[in-house]
Design a protein around this ligand. Sequence first.
Ligand SMILES: [Fe+2]
Ligand SMILES: [Fe+2]
Length: 134
Amino acid sequence: MQWSDDYRIGEPTLDNDHSQLFKILDECRRALSRLDAAQVLHPLLDTAFEHAEGHFQREEALMRQAEYPDAEGHAGIHRSFLGQLALIRREIGAEGPGLAFLYEYLHRWIAGHILISDRKFGEFLDRRSVAAAE
Ligand SMILES: [Fe+2]
Ligand SMILES: [Fe+2]
């Protein structure tokens, strides 16, 4: 799961956030193959979580500002994902294999969420700007 233009939704702030997230997740992936993976991965995953949380807040604010009809539903998806993550983190503790699972889960979820849910917001913004230009 490398960052590519396929993940762009056309909103610069969010595209920038998403590509930063991918960069951090890519560092996590590389750290997995190191002998000291558990030590290195922990702070990296923390950075990824913090970045995801900050990003969700920015994204939700933009959605409300744009009066996106599904703003609250989308915020709910973010919330339940963060809840799920907190649960998994508690379950797996600080061990290497658990961290690999956590990384996989995080990266897959983020990639899928951008392609399916965030993209809908990008399309909404596109339609709105086309309508405004007409
Ligand atoms: Fe989102
Ligand atoms: Fe997003």
